[in-house]
Design a protein around this ligand. Sequence first.
Ligand code: MG
Length: 263
Amino acid sequence: MRIARFVHPGGAAFGVVEGGSPEAGLDSLTVAEIEGHPFGPIQFTGQRWALPDVRLLSPILPSKVVGVGRNHAAHAAELGNDVPAAPLIFLKPSTAVIGPADAIRLPPDSHQVEHEAELAVVIGATGARDLPADRALSAVLGYTCANDVTARDQQKADVQFTRAKGHDSFCPIGPWIETDFDPSDVAVRCEVDGEVRQDGRTRDMVFDVATLISYVSHVMTLLPGDVILTGTPAGVGPLVAGQRVAVSVEGIGTLTNPVIARS
Ligand code: MG
């Protein structure tokens, strides 16, 4: 099931995207509105729209986004880093989250903003904490695509990652949450204006999804809608104004965002 959040003529709602394959193109899909939120039994309102007739929003508004650094050995190496002995986690503020087609806005105080294509985990459980790894996946609502946009020059200049990864618009997620999904071995790709920049697989993660959820849950309580970014494969590179960046996760779909200068 693909859960989206969208604006229709009467307001904003969650819905279930139906029809076609995720790669078949948005024009072939419809979205069926659901009552309330998706954290529990799904009840349909009976309202339904063609997907081109609505505007997709970020599929969830998380209370927090937890990032994981250096979780692909080839990416750690391209930035001159070793693979950490335990997951290296950081926070992105909820205000960084944007949805499909929303613009990534380049801040004027950075000259090196880069894309990071990632698989994102969306938590569904209430008050998930101290989860053992063998039960961690039961806390998951589903998975989506994310771009862990990073001002690399600020990341290098600061000890903390907060500024580099915390700018408004630096966390595109979407286009929807896929609930029927095995995260163990799927392709994670990034294209900029049609040029392939990143092409990795989740099987090459240093720490797998269950291990990451368990680790984070021993630090902080995970709430419904919270997002964990599982780390980017090799191939990160610069974004400049006027480009379009597309993150694809096999079996989920494609998240596309234009890049503009922040005025
Ligand atoms: Mg990242």
